[in-house]
Ligand binder design. Structure first.
Ligand code: FMN
Length: 201
């Protein structure tokens, strides 16, 4: 059987979701998956980015990452989304990418994709769970198969106990909770479930 294909689709302004996506990639590759880690298109003006040193630094960090396309989703057996929280919801950049998938959605090309999601917010209760649920709402419209972590591993408790998907508080000095193990567990679990579904087809 061919390798399970995983697309990790993220947006990151200051590096948090980039780091979550990078950990997920590392773990999925360890689990034997073929991985495309891709960023969604930026919508903000160049001037806005340049005015913010942290934002500009993230652009530099991810300059070699490919931009996500519909083909990445069609190609993938599984998809992990990672989005910062914006007023209790996903970023416009992630939403814009999702809204651009009407074509492949209408052709049924998103049906039975195995999906999972991660998020961050500045405050411990700033909307991380809501952001993940917003992603899952769209996934239901796609006919995707949502694989939430639940409480399937001790790492989830250490990361703050979000059963919907790994999330983190992005504080002034970086990530507050230690979520690396939870991200890696979530990525491996997503690949594992996608592999089981692929094998059964
Ligand atoms: C316009 C805007 C809205 C935001 N809304 C929220 C929010 O609702 N709750 C919160 O805790 N943090 C909020 N934040 C903070 C971001 O969620 C935080 O900077 C982000 O999770 C960091 O992820 P990144 O480093 O990958 O960009 C907001 C930030 C911006 C710029």
């Amino acid at each position: 059987m061919t390798k399970t294909k995983l697309a990790i689709v993220y947006y990151s302004m200051t590096g948090t979701n980039f780091q979550l996506a990078s950990w997920a990639k590392e773990a999925a590759e360890e689990a034997g998956a073929e991985v495309r880690m891709v960023k969604v298109q930026e919508l903000a003006s160049e001037d806005s980015v340049k005015a913010n040193p942290a934002w500009l630094a993230q652009k530099e960090r991810e300059k070699d990452v490919q931009e996500a396309t519909s083909d990445d989703l069609v190609w993938a057996d599984a998809i992990i989304f990672s989005s910062p929280t914006r007023f209790g919801n996903v970023t416009a950049q992630i939403k814009n990418f999702m809204d651009g998938q009407g074509g492949i959605w209408s052709q049924g090309q998103l049906v039975n994709k195995v999906v999972s999601a991660m998020s961050s917010a500045q405050n411990p209760h700033g909307g991380q769970e809501q952001t993940i649920q917003a992603i899952y709402t769209t996934m239901m419209h796609w006919g995707a198969i949502i694989v939430a972590p639940g409480y399937t591993d001790d790492s989830i408790y250490l990361a703050g106990g979000n059963p919907y998907g790994t999330s983190v508080t992005a504080g002034r000095d970086g990530m507050v909770e230690d979520v690396e193990a939870a991200v890696k567990h979530q990525a491996k679990r997503t690949v594992e479930i996608a592999g089981l579904i692929k094998a059964g087809q």
